[in-house]
Design a protein around this ligand. Structure first.
Ligand SMILES: Nc1nc2c(ncn2[C@@H]2O[C@H](COP(=O)(O)OP(=O)(O)OP(=O)(O)O)[C@@H](O)[C@H]2O)c(=O)[nH]1
Ligand SMILES: [Mg+2]
Length: 297
């Protein structure tokens, strides 16, 4: 008779330099959009859990901000700190890099990994790589540098080889019962998700620099049956940025709010009434006290 498969559950930190596809990976693994993504680096600012429960295992993924050296501010300091904390207290780590590419940013992340917690190297965006030999060469090079538990080329966006990645991760989780309920997808509140989804639209719809000068606070969140009524403030750094966020005749803000509302309705499974204002708070990203009041940990 074959032995029953033991149940495994544990926490896995997803780390890497900015923009390698960590949040895209978390969303695909969990099967639901939880963590915001954009083509701009430093989209994720705070740690967020994404929980995947299967018949034989529960994977508790921790998405983290991209570990970085640029834009030194109190905000980036807190972002880097959250990565350092995340990698110290988990059962396994996925280090995400771009397939066929290794640079100083990746090296900096590798230095955070002590060797005590097993690391799986995920070589992401393979759909984007023309020269597959480069991926093989990098795998050999990395294997000589660090005792990875596994190395898996993947595409987070196209869902390529994610089963193989999960298989490797399962082996690294302790045998224990599930920690979260079957229907739980994240540890974050609906309020937090609302602020994040609005921030995603700001990242996607504003120019190159402005997204880094904005933050979002939920001022009121009410629920009446299946309707959520949300009042949010977009915090900008300088008075002239207010007009840019609003756009001509408020058009830009209208689009930001509409796109955020549609995403939130999908996430909550109910109607959303969303009102978004813009407020000026100078130097918010440089002041740790202001950051804490805005909800940054
Ligand atoms: N071609 C391709 N693009 C991808 C893949 N995975 C992610 N991307 C893109 O890479 C960009 C960054 O993705 P994110 O998931 O926001 O990256 P991140 O690592 O979370 O970034 P930060 O939170 O800023 O550190 C987005 O434009 C994604 O669509 C992939 O497998 N293939
Ligand atoms: Mg991210």
């Amino acid at each position: 008779m074959s032995k029953p498969v033991p149940y495994r559950a544990g926490t896995i930190a997803i780390v890497g330099r900015p923009n390698v596809g960590k949040s895209t990976l978390l969303n695909h693994l969990v099967g639901q959009k939880i963590s915001i993504t954009s083509r701009k680096p430093q989209t994720t600012r705070q740690r967020i859990l994404g929980i995947k429960t299967e018949a034989d295992a529960q994977y508790i993924f921790v998405d983290t901000p991209g570990f970085q050296t640029r834009h030194a501010s109190a905000l980036t300091k807190l972002m880097n700190q959250s990565v350092t904390v995340a990698v110290s207290d988990v059962d396994a780590i996925v280090h995400v890099i771009e397939a066929g590419h290794w640079d100083a940013g990746d090296e900096l992340v590798a230095k955070l990994l002590s060797g005590k917690i097993p690391v799986v190297l995920a070589l992401n965006k393979i759909d984007h790589v023309k020269d597959k030999a480069k991926v093989g060469a990098l795998i050999q090079e990395r294997a000589a540098q660090f005792p990875y538990a596994a190395m898996v080329p993947i595409s987070a966006q196209k869902g390529i080889q994610l089963k193989a990645l999960l298989g490797e991760l399962r082996k690294l989780l302790p045998e224990q019962p599930a920690i979260y309920g079957e229907d739980e997808l994240t540890d974050r509140s609906e309020r937090f998700m609302a602020a994040e989804f609005i921030r995603e639209k700001l990242f996607r719809l504003l120019g190159e620099e402005l997204p880094y000068a904005v933050s979002v606070v939920i001022e009121k969140f009410e629920q009446e049956g299946r309707l959520r009524r949300i009042f949010a403030a977009v915090i900008v750094d300088k008075p002239n940025q207010k007009g840019i966020v609003l756009g001509e005749g408020g058009e830009k803000m209208k689009r930001i709010a509409t796109e955020a509302r549609l995403d939130l309705e999908k996430l909550y499974g109910g109607k959303v009434y969303l009102e978004v204002f813009v407020k000026v708070k100078s130097g918010w990203a440089d002041d740790e006290r202001v950051l804490r009041s805005l909800g940054y940990e």
